[in-house]
Design a protein around this ligand. Structure first.
Ligand code: NAD
Length: 275
């Protein structure tokens, strides 16, 4: 089945399902990325702080898939925020990835106490103008952080990658993004695996003859989100991509909507994160 894409306000588009590679060592990243591309994925999400950009780059090479057919995202780590440091860190990421552009570059966290995400965004705008970052976006930004960078540059991020799973649905953030034509991307879409045993999800999965992971990924897709489930196991990587040939029904959607409960965040709150 055909994989869906979402179009950004800058005209570029992103495959809706990608492979996440957080907590994946370099060597495993190579095999995971190759397995994903073999299974049909065309989108990989890494970050400088994951320390596996080199392994990801090798996986892209090993797949034999044309670079132009792959959507590659990396992220700027907090310690490199600032105008000049960002430009330098970007060059280093490209070098490790073994490519001369990324499809999407993200500011990993706002780190508001540093007070540098505004200058950082100005460097991102330059990288976009140079064409070395085809699209630019943010991660873990609250509306007030987005409003500041837009006011300072006139450039709206194409995407905000935030923690989002069926029991933490981020309705406020999503409504803000929609108003500003920003796509929402879900990190830890499976709740880091914790949601796979949820009875409601299990019941829906059994009804469709699917796995819990497939039901959750399908929920993200049907919710208009970009989703980047992580696995290093080739059979699971394949399973997570076999989600384009079934649909959730109205009852499923209503039941999953009810799982949303404030406070089910797993990761740090971006406003108070200490890194
Ligand atoms: P996830 O929600 O994708 O869960 C991954 C875990 O679920 C795996 O470790 C595995 O144990 C399990 N799993 C995956 N597929 C499975 C299957 N089919 N069957 C059974 N178990 C399965 O968690 P994540 O890695 O935290 O998030 C996904 C990606 O999001 C990351 O790899 C990373 O790319 C991104 N991310 C970004 C940020 C950020 O700050 N921007 C933070 C966290 C994660």
């Amino acid at each position: 089945a055909h994989q869906p894409h979402i179009t950004f306000h800058d005209g570029n588009s992103i495959p809706q399902v990608g492979l996440g590679v957080w907590q994946t060592p370099n060597n495993d990243a190579t095999t995971a990325v190759k397995a994903a591309l073999d299974a049909g994925y065309r989108h990989v999400d890494t970050a400088a702080i994951y320390e596996n950009e080199e392994g990801v780059g090798k996986g892209l090479q090993a797949s034999g898939v044309d670079r132009k057919d792959i959507f590659l995202t990396t992220k700027l780590w907090n310690s490199e925020q600032g105008y000049d440091t960002t430009l330098k860190a970007f060059d280093a990421s490209l070098k490790r990835l073994g490519t001369d552009y990324v499809d999407l570059y993200l500011i990993h966290w706002p780190a508001p106490k540093k007070g540098l995400f505004g200058d950082t965004w100005k460097a991102f705008v330059k990288l976009k103008e140079e064409g070395r970052a085809r699209s630019i976006g943010v991660s873990n930004f609250y509306p007030e952080h987005i409003e500041k960078i837009v006011a300072e540059t006139g450039v709206t991020p194409v995407i905000n990658q935030i923690e989002l799973h069926p029991d933490f649905q981020q309705k406020t953030a999503r409504a803000f993004h929609e108003k500003h034509k920003i796509i929402t991307q879900s990190w830890s879409p499976l709740g880091q695996g914790k949601l796979l045993d949820h009875p409601v999800i299990g019941k829906i999965a059994a009804k469709h003859g699917r796995t819990a992971a497939q039901v959750i990924i399908r929920w993200h897709i049907d919710s208009g989100l970009v989703v980047i489930p992580k696995s290093v196991t080739p059979s699971r990587i394949e399973e997570n991509f076999k989600v384009f040939d079934f649909a959730l029904d109205q009852d499923d959607i209503a039941e999953l909507a009810k799982l949303d409960s404030a406070g089910a965040r797993i990761g740090p709150d971006p406003m108070t994160a200490t890194f």
